[in-house]
Every structure is written in structure tokens, then in C-alpha cells.
Design a protein around this ligand. Structure first.
Ligand code: PLP
Ligand SMILES: N[C@@H](CCOP(=O)(O)O)C(=O)O
Length: 462
């Protein structure tokens, strides 16, 4: 299995190299050269299997010879052993033909744990075998950072630096990062928004001297392995609703487009997905792009669903690559226009292809709060604000095809917003009960590439 860049000018890599490389050297994102197929029979055979067994069958063809079957199976088992629900990703009916996929039973209470726990295992295995070390730098609007720190804390082969926007994540999210005690983890509070964090991260990848010196690796969804691990729950949930014998649609709270792109991959592999609905908060660039065909950045407005406060949606590049028939030069041109002019126009053909698969909607702040208030009495679920964005948008897409909305985080990660909307303050699980008593360790950093690189190089263990 080989991986190619969305901009067409970077070396072709194996799964292991793509995983350890992160961003392609031409600035693009790695995608499989060919998308493996699962037949009707292959998908039908997933019915009744455990989450781990489904994960193995879905991901195995993408991994190539990086791991043996036994080793890969063991890594999957280890990744999900710490989840707080036997089903890992339980599905719950909330309305007629509307289901909620609870993705918040991992160690840090957000869907990021599904990929990050597995990537932690895979990095450790690959780096140990190679006798190598890497420096992971991640950008987070709250959830990726805590999941990464949890997955990589204490590993000898990895130093982890997480950039988060100062004052723009919830107190729980911040403390999940700043109270990690292991010396290989560093929380960096950057003056700016998530887009600034992600832009500086990409600048570091494009600064080859620094990149090579620190052996830079990434665990944001720029890393293909992140997307891959998220493909699994589209299969597990669809199969439990009758796939491949009947189609299923998904509504996905969306920011960086990684999760919904995983759904797109599941569809391309053969899973009968009817629509993939992009649900955005008031930072609705993706919804506007789908409606108008123009991808135009505006400033980020902080919202009660802060993890989706994103305007430069990284994985949309992967969707564009497919919509432009894998024309890397065309994608590179659009990305240059985005960088230089703040936007681009999607061609008629490409937007048409995107609309064949993706639909979209947005939830305002009031609509999000109203859905949190409504969901508990009407659906029996206390929603986090991100999931509430999804459930609100889903209302316009209910019909004959079963619709699964992804519940991407636990409400206790956002207690202030949930309490303001519902009157109920969700409690953290007992194992995190002392989160607010633990000392915080965080460094303030400016939105300046050279200064950031200096902080990171200074923090790497000898
Ligand atoms: C809780 C939550 N919901 C939704 C999203 C959006 O997911 P994606 O960035 O993959 O579109 C995020 C951030 O990634 C998140 O943390
Ligand atoms: N919402 C994310 C933003 C980063 O997304 P990623 O999927 O690219 O890591 C977060 O919580 O950090």
C-alpha cells in the first residue's frame, strides 16, 4: 500500500513512513494511492463482530507490511482496552430513524481517543523497531491535544508539544492538557486562535531545517493514520443498522473535516452511505462553501462548541483532491490562493461531485443551546455542544434512510455551556474527579514561528 500527496509533488511513501512523516514535503496531505474495497460479503461478515475485530478487518488493507497480522491485532486490542464502554462506540436511538453514535467513552472523553490511542501504540511499535525518536507537535482547539498527551505521555521515543489557543478552550480541556505530569509532554498556550496554531504547525513542517533537526512528526488529522482509525466506527455503526443490506446516512459535527472525511473513505471502500452531512457551528465556512461553491475565510468567532472554531479546515484539501479527480497541481493552486488571498472558488465540476456525497447545515449559538435543552427530555441524552450542533442540523435530514449523528464529546468537557443551556451541570467521571485540584503546567507562547521553534527545541529531552 502506497501513499501519495494531495499536491502531487512529494515522495510516495509506505504506511509507516506516511504515519511518521505527517505533512507531505510539498505541503500536501497523504492519501492512499488506491482505496481498498470491501465487497458486499466482506461488509455483511462484520455483523456481530467486536469493535476490535471490525477495526482489524477495515484497517488491515491500508497498513501494508508495516505490522504483521498478529502485531496489528495486538495493537488494536491494547488501544481500546481502556475504553469505558464494552461496545467502544455504542449506538443509541434518539428519534424515529435517528441514532446517536457515542464516541466519548475513551480516556479523554472525545472521539479523538479512537485514533490517538491506536496511533500511540503504532508509533511506539514502529519507533522501537527502528530505534528512532521523534518530536510530535500538535495543534488543538481542545480535544486533539488532550487525547495526544494521554496517548503519548511517558513514551521514551516521543516528546510532545501541543499548541492551543490561549483562552479559547474549555477549562476541562485546558486542564486535561496542563495537568499531565510526564516530562515528555508540554502544553503551549498560544496568543491567537486554532487556525493560528495549525498554521504555525504547518509552517514548522515546511521549514525543512527545523523539521529534519527535531525529527518532526504530527498527530493531527494531517496524519493519515488518524483518519484511518476513524473510518472504523462508520462501518461498525452502519453494520449494526443493517448495512450492507440497507444504506445509512451520517451527520458529523465538523471543523477540520477529518472525521467526515473518514466517513467518505468508508463510502469509497464500499459501505452504502447515502449522505454525509457536514454540521457546522457559526464558524460555517464549510456550509457556505457547499452552498455557494466559494471557500472564503472570515475571522473565527468564539462559540460554545470551541473545538469546531475553525476556518481553515485542513482535511477539506483531501476532499478537494478527490473532487478534482486527484489533480495535485489543481489542489496546490487552490491552496496557494487560500494562503495568499484567503479563499478560492471551487470549479463547477468539483462542487458538483462534492454535492453528490456531502450535504451541509449550520447551527447558531441559540440553536445549539436550544438543542441541548431539548435533547435530554425528548431524547434522553445530555449532549455536548458539538454533538448538539450535529443533532440540530440532523433535523433537516431525517427520513426513510437511517441517520446516525456522531456524538463527538462528553458533555462534562463543556460544563458551563451545558449547564447554561439545560440547567444541569454534567459531572466528570470519577477517575477525573480531582482534575481541578491538580497543579497546571503551561507555557505562554506568541504566534511567532522562530520563537515557537526555539521553545520546542529547548524542551526536547536529551
Ligand atoms: C468535540 C469535537 N467535535 C467535532 C470536531 C470536529 O471534527 P473534525 O475536526 O474532524 O471535523 C472536533 C474537533 O476536531 C471536536 O473536538
Ligand atoms: N477539533 C480539533 C482540532 C484539530 O483537529 P484534528 O482532527 O486535525 O486533530 C481539536 O480538538 O483539537
Amino acid at each position: 500500500m502506497q501513499y501519495v500527496s494531495t499536491r502531487g509533488r512529494a515522495p510516495v511513501l509506505s504506511f509507516e513512513e506516511a504515519m511518521l512523516t505527517g505533512l507531505a514535503r510539498d505541503g500536501g496531505l497523504y492519501v492512499p494511492a488506491e482505496i481498498p474495497q470491501m465487497s458486499h460479503g466482506d461488509i455483511a461478515a462484520l455483523a456481530g463482530l467486536s469493535y476490535e475485530e471490525i477495526a482489524f478487518r477495515v484497517m488491515r488493507p491500508f497498513v501494508g507490511d508495516t505490522f504483521s497480522d498478529d502485531e496489528f491485532g495486538g495493537l488494536i486490542e491494547a488501544a481500546y482496552a481502556g475504553f469505558g464502554h464494552a461496545a467502544r462506540a455504542p449506538l443509541k436511538q434518539v428519534q424515529s430513524n435517528h441514532f446517536l453514535l457515542e464516541l466519548f467513552h475513551g480516556p479523554t472523553l472525545a472521539f479523538k481517543d479512537f485514533a490517538m490511542q491506536l496511533i500511540g501504540q503504532m508509533f511506539q511499535a514502529a519507533l522501537t523497531r527502528r530505534g528512532d525518536r521523534v518530536t510530535i507537535v500538535g495543534a488543538t482547539s481542545g480535544d486533539t491535544g488532550s487525547a495526544a498527551m494521554e496517548a503519548f505521555r511517558g513514551l521514551d521515543a516521543v516528546d510532545v508539544f501541543i499548541l492551543f489557543p490561549h483562552g479559547r478552550v474549555s477549562d476541562v480541556q485546558r486542564r486535561q492538557m496542563t495537568t499531565v505530569t510526564e516530562a515528555n509532554t508540554h502544553a503551549l498556550a498560544l496568543t491567537g486562535d486554532f487556525d493560528d496554531c495549525q498554521a504555525r504547525l504547518k509552517d514548522m513542517f515546511n521549514h525543512f531545517d527545523f523539521r529534519d533537526r527535531v525529527r518532526l512528526a504530527g498527530v493531527n488529522s494531517i496524519n493519515w493514520a488518524r483518519v484511518l482509525a476513524q473510518v472504523v466506527y462508520f462501518f461498525s455503526s452502519a453494520v449494526s443498522l443493517g448495512a450492507p443490506h440497507r444504506p445509512v446516512s451520517f451527520c458529523v459535527p465538523t471543523g477540520n473535516f477529518g472525521d467526515i472525511f473518514a466517513g467518505y473513505i468508508a463510502k469509497r471502500m464500499g459501505l452504502p452511505i447515502d449522505k454525509l452531512v457536514i454540521a457546522t457551528n457559526q464558524n460555517d465556512i464549510l456550509h457556505r462553501a457547499m452552498v455557494s461553491g466559494g471557500y472564503v475565510t472570515e475571522g473565527v468567532t468564539p462559540s460554545i462548541s470551541p473545538s469546531m472554531d475553525i476556518q481553515v479546515s485542513s482535511n477539506f484539501e483531501r476532499a478537494l483532491f478527490e473532487a478534482y479527480d486527484r489533480d495535485g497541481a489543481a489542489v496546490a493552486q487552490l491552496m496557494d490562493e487560500l494562503k495568499d488571498g484567503g479563499g478560492f472558488k471551487i470549479s463547477q465540476g468539483a462542487i458538483g461531485r462534492l454535492r453528490e456525497t456531502f450535504a451541509s447545515g449550520r447551527a447558531s449559538e441559540n440553536e445549539t443551546s436550544a438543542m441541548i435543552a431539548r435533547a435530554l427530555p425528548e431524547m434522553g441524552e445530555l449532549l455536548c455542544p458539538h454533538s448538539a450542533v450535529g443533532v440540530h442540523v440532523a433535523q433537516d435530514f431525517l427520513g426513510a434512510t437511517p441517520l446516525v449523528t456522531l456524538a463527538t464529546a462528553h458533555p462534562a468537557k463543556f460544563p458551563d455551556a451545558v449547564e447554561a443551556a439545560s440547567g444541569i451541570r454534567p459531572a466528570l467521571p470519577a477517575r477525573m474527579g480531582d482534575l481541578f485540584d491538580r497543579p497546571e503546567r503551561v507555557q505562554r507562547v506568541e504566534n511567532d514561528l522562530a520563537a515557537l521553534e526555539k521553545v520546542i527545541e529547548g524542551g526536547i529531552r536529551p
